[in-house]
Design a protein around this ligand. Structure first.
Ligand code: ADP
Ligand code: MG
Length: 405
């Protein structure tokens, strides 16, 4: 396990914390501040220990390949000032300062005036062209004012960017302290358990759903190796049904993934459970007919939108035996109330488990669980969609965490 912020002396030190403030927002209104709230334990700890805290993060996308006007428009849209305002409300306006540029002389001057117990938030790291390229000159600028680096951006830990990789690499080489924060520590603990499976955690059941098989090939392969049962729902189930020679009507499936699905089915045999019924409509949007289809075949002109009641019961029965569950991907188009029952049923089944270790990875799955009010029913809800899946695929490794040591 990496060093954590608890292991370090922070008093009077300039502590540079890579946080994940990539919040959803419209205009200047943050629609969900969960990522800011999740970063607070580490920030507050550092402040209490007398550190001068400098925070940096990316927000949205800035496409540097565009015209200068397009780059400016991206920057304007993804201005970190919205996070600065929210942090000020939470920590106290007098305690939080903001640099409207991410690096350079302005930042260096502001860092110099920072007192222990104060916070300086830097502008969006992606304003810098070199961020995503892990440009060493950019990393050196950020590293130059830091005594200590703390990695607490789990959602960005699968990216070896200047702020997540270049900076800790430089500081480590200089003999300075680098560590993970509380948020990353919790993620590593929970996800390591679903990666390095202990006997006491079996049967280990995975639930996989969501839209595309192609997004999740490696994670499906890995879970098939590690788990005792893999329940597959969501749109991706149709590619598996096609591999079995079933009819899927106009359901979304991926022709170029059928061979992969066949290979999984051959190798995994009865480890994989697929839907045995479903809810289907005559169109995705503005549908006029909705039917419950008894059996895995979906009639011509219809598309599958959710798993059916028999599948809900089948999946619930498997889940009731589980000692450990990893869930990624909704069972249907849960955003529409007509097709939320399958995803809700999985929440319900998991909430009935006592003493089992249950983990969710995946942005939409986590959103569904929150929407249905089942957040407390899970042992761990990962803050990183892509990062949690990559950690499983890579046997517990992510560049932004491995670099810490
Ligand atoms: P996660 O973010 O949890 O990893 P994904 O991004 O893979 O999940 O997939 C989520 C999306 O999959 C949701 O928007 C949901 O509406 C969609 N989805 C699930 N089942 C179906 C289906 N049968 N048809 C179309 N879309 C589906
Ligand atoms: Mg998603």
């Amino acid at each position: 396990m990496q060093k954590t912020i608890r292991d370090l002396n922070l008093k009077n030190k300039t502590v540079l914390i890579r946080a994940d403030f990539n919040v959803p927002f419209k205009g200047d209104v943050i629609s969900d501040d969960n990522r800011i709230v999740s970063a607070l334990p580490t920030i507050k700890y550092a402040l209490e220990k007398g550190a001068k805290v400098v925070l940096f993060s990316h927000l949205g996308k800035v496409k540097h390949k565009g015209t200068p006007e397009e780059v400016e428009a991206d920057k304007k849209k993804n201005n970190m000032v919205i996070v600065y305002k929210r942090l000020g409300e939470i920590l106290g306006k007098d305690k939080v300062k903001f640099s409207d540029v991410p690096s350079g002389d302005t930042v260096n001057e502001l860092v110099k005036t920072l007192k222990p117990g104060e916070v300086l938030l830097l502008q969006n790291t992606r304003y810098e062209k070199g961020e995503e390229k892990n440009d060493p000159a950019l990393a050196a600028k950020w590293a130059s004012f830091a005594d200590v680096f703390v990695m607490d951006a789990f959602g960005s830990a699968h990216r070896a960017h200047a702020s997540t990789y270049g900076v800790p690499e430089i500081l480590k080489n200089e003999g300075k302290d680098v560590a993970i924060g509380f948020l990353v520590e919790n993620e590593v603990k929970a996800l390591s358990r679903v990666v390095h499976v202990d006997k006491k955690d079996r049967p280990y059941v995975a639930v996989i759903g969501g839209f595309k098989v192609s997004d999740k090939i490696k994670v499906i392969e890995t879970l098939l190796e590690k788990c005792d049962k893999v329940l597959i729902g969501g749109a991706m189930a149709y590619t598996f049904q096609v591999a079995l020679g079933k009819e899927v009507g106009i359901s979304p499936f991926e022709p170029d993934q059928v061979d992969f699905a066949k290979k999984c089915l051959d190798l995994a045999g009865n480890k994989i459970l697929l839907p045995i019924d479903g809810v289907a409509t005559d169109a995705f949007k503005d549908w006029t007919k909705k039917v419950t289809v008894d059996g895995p075949n979906i009639p011509a002109g219809f598309e599958g939108m959710d798993i059916g009641p028999k599948t809900q019961a089948l999946f619930a029965k498997e889940l009731s035996k589980a000692k450990m569950v990893f869930w990624n991907g909704p069972m249907g188009v849960f955003e529409q109330s007509d097709f939320e029952a399958g995803t809700r049923a999985v929440c319900e089944a998991i909430s009935k488990l006592h003493g089992a270790f249950t983990v969710i990875g995946g942005g939409d799955s986590a959103a569904a669980v929150a929407q249905f009010g089942y957040k407390d029913a899970f042992s761990h809800i990962s803050t990183g969609g892509g990062a949690s899946l990559e950690m499983i695929e890579n046997d517990g490794h992510l560049p932004g965490i491995d670099v810490i040591g």
